[in-house]
Design a protein around this ligand. Sequence first.
Ligand SMILES: Cc1cc2nc3c(=O)[nH]c(=O)nc-3n(C[C@H](O)[C@H](O)[C@H](O)COP(=O)(O)OP(=O)(O)OC[C@H]3O[C@@H](n4cnc5c(N)ncnc54)[C@H](O)[C@@H]3O)c2cc1C
Length: 664
Amino acid sequence: MATEKETKKIDSRIPEGPVAEKWTNYKAHQRLVNPKNKLKLDVIVVGTGLAGASAAASLGEMGFNVLNFCIQDSPRRAHSIAAQGGINAAKNYQNDGDSVYRLFYDTVKGGDYRAREANVYRLAEVSNNIIDQCVAQGVPFAREYGGMLANRSFGGAQVSRTFYAKGQTGQQLLLGAYSSLSAQVQAGKVKLFTRYEMEDVVIVDGRARGIIAKNLVTGKLERFSANAVVIATGGYGNAYFLSTNAMGCNCTAAVQCYRKGAYMANPSYVQIHPTCIPVHGDKQSKLTLMSESLRNDGRIWVPKKLEDAKKLQEGTLQGWEIPEEDRDYYLERRYPAFGNLVPRDVASRAAKERCDKGFGVNNTGLAVFLDFSESINRLGLDAMKQRYGNLFDMYEEITDVYPGDLANEINGVKYYKPMMIYPAIHYTMGGVWVDYELQTSIPGLFAIGECNFSDHGANRLGASALMQGLADGYFVLPYTIQNYLADQAIWPRISTDLPEFEAAEKAVDDELTRLLNIKGKRSVDSIHKELGHIMWEYVGMGRTAEGLKTGIQKMKELQKEFDTNLFVPGSKEGLNVELDKAIHLRDFFTMGELVAHDALSRNESCGGHFREEYQTEEGEAKRDDENYFYVGCWEYQGADKDPELIKEPLEYEAIKVQTRNYKN
Ligand SMILES: Cc1cc2nc3c(=O)[nH]c(=O)nc-3n(C[C@H](O)[C@H](O)[C@H](O)COP(=O)(O)OP(=O)(O)OC[C@H]3O[C@@H](n4cnc5c(N)ncnc54)[C@H](O)[C@@H]3O)c2cc1C
């Protein structure tokens, strides 16, 4: 079992002073790179999602030479385009009492008091700059009739602070970032490498000095050197096989950095999103999110009577045949103050609780209703279409049910067809450990966006991932990386002929050969699916010490199967998608075990990490601040050894740590 390393100390480099002044002070005293030296400095940015594209564009504009990599054929295809609902900012356009402090407070509380206070305050501060930046780029945010930018509400907040572009916010923001990136490509400051996958980070004299990347079209391995490396490679949700993430999402870059010495922080903090289209068969390889924004107008319910639920499961009764008085709007009942807009972890657990008790509404018993009848009756279908048109269409395309179709009228009340939803893996709050400067435990290696652990604690509030990714890329990293680069101009360009590059490339090549030579009988997907089942069953929404130990054991056995019975067709040369997937799966195993180790070591429930042994009588998460008020950082010890835990204690000065309350 994993061990703890109490002796090692972590320096998170949080500046001195009150939380509200730390970022201003940091900027005031920061070492900047002399403009002439910027021309001599190269920075590798891996990833072109919102975090990577914004960072690459900003660094290019500042004068650095940027090498920007992605696995897709265009930066515009990064997973970030999937983001639907919106992006938070403390603009207070609605004049409903919002402020930087309030966004900061909501985010820390939403994260169940497991985030780093200083980082979150900075995030809330720069949130407003992001909106200005994106509007200047031409991002078509929704507007009120009078021209002001419109807002809606997301979970865990009682103000309206989410900026959106229909249900396509991520796509529109990415187009904005992409236009800035393209301008820098045109100016010669950013060189794009599409269809390239980072396979390893190269460390020279203890510093990150480059990467080994595979040209995914030719299969050739190539070496790239730079003065600093930034990874912006997204989350590890696909370790669970079924998730709302894009199929290509993987954690290979992050896990390779971990193997080279970067700590992985809080891996057990995985977000399970309450409003996804339920699993409908075992041939599925992807789940679809229905944006949280729908909870602004949709009401979540299951029948009050078990006999009604049974009939729904048998298909002899339809949701719209159940009258108002027989519906249990359980979130509104349990959490009157926040109702349907409780944070995701709370809403997901409440859905599971109802379904576990037999109230599920589809044939598998694993679904609840999301119903727009009340809003359509009050505001009209057109208003709903304006807000969520593309989400309604998407739901219809997948399920053949249009949520705006009138289905029944009981006692003068019109009932429309509801959506069916169930929780699914969606986002990973854990990730590569970074200090206040977004630097990992390897000097010269930075991590931004979803792939780091930085700002969301044990649970991320809706519309905060885009905020964090763009904060990191546009406004934080461009400052903090200079503190590191300020010294770097004295170094001559690092040659990729150094033995460290040679050794790293050879190790990657050997690994590709090993995977191709296993020549077993099982496809990558069949093993990945089995890993996903283990993860969901033992390391999913409800965890126990016993289950986690079983999960780790089962993962180890399955990994043996992977190492001895995998079949990868084709060769190293040219395009080989199966080979690429095999590498990703190798790393999902490492990540999966880390999630389980972290979950096992954390004998408490907090946010997305729910240990069934630690809950209140009402089934709420029970934290243990006395023993677990820290960031859990894991250090790699070798392929056959369990990782070691190092703790970064959390320090709060502005916010009183208390039990989360969404009831009143
Ligand atoms: C369906 C869905 C809806 C969402 N809606 C919202 C929302 O409304 N609001 C919100 O705030 N958040 C939302 N999120 C979360 C948010 O979209 C993501 O957290 C965020 O976009 C991640 O951005 P990123 O730049 O960190 O990573 P990604 O967008 O995942 O980009 C990763 C980049 O890294 C590259 N890459 C990965 N591995 C390698 C490698 N080894 N070598 C080279 N390149 C590599 C990829 O090519 C890609 O360019 C949603 C998520 C999903 C799944």
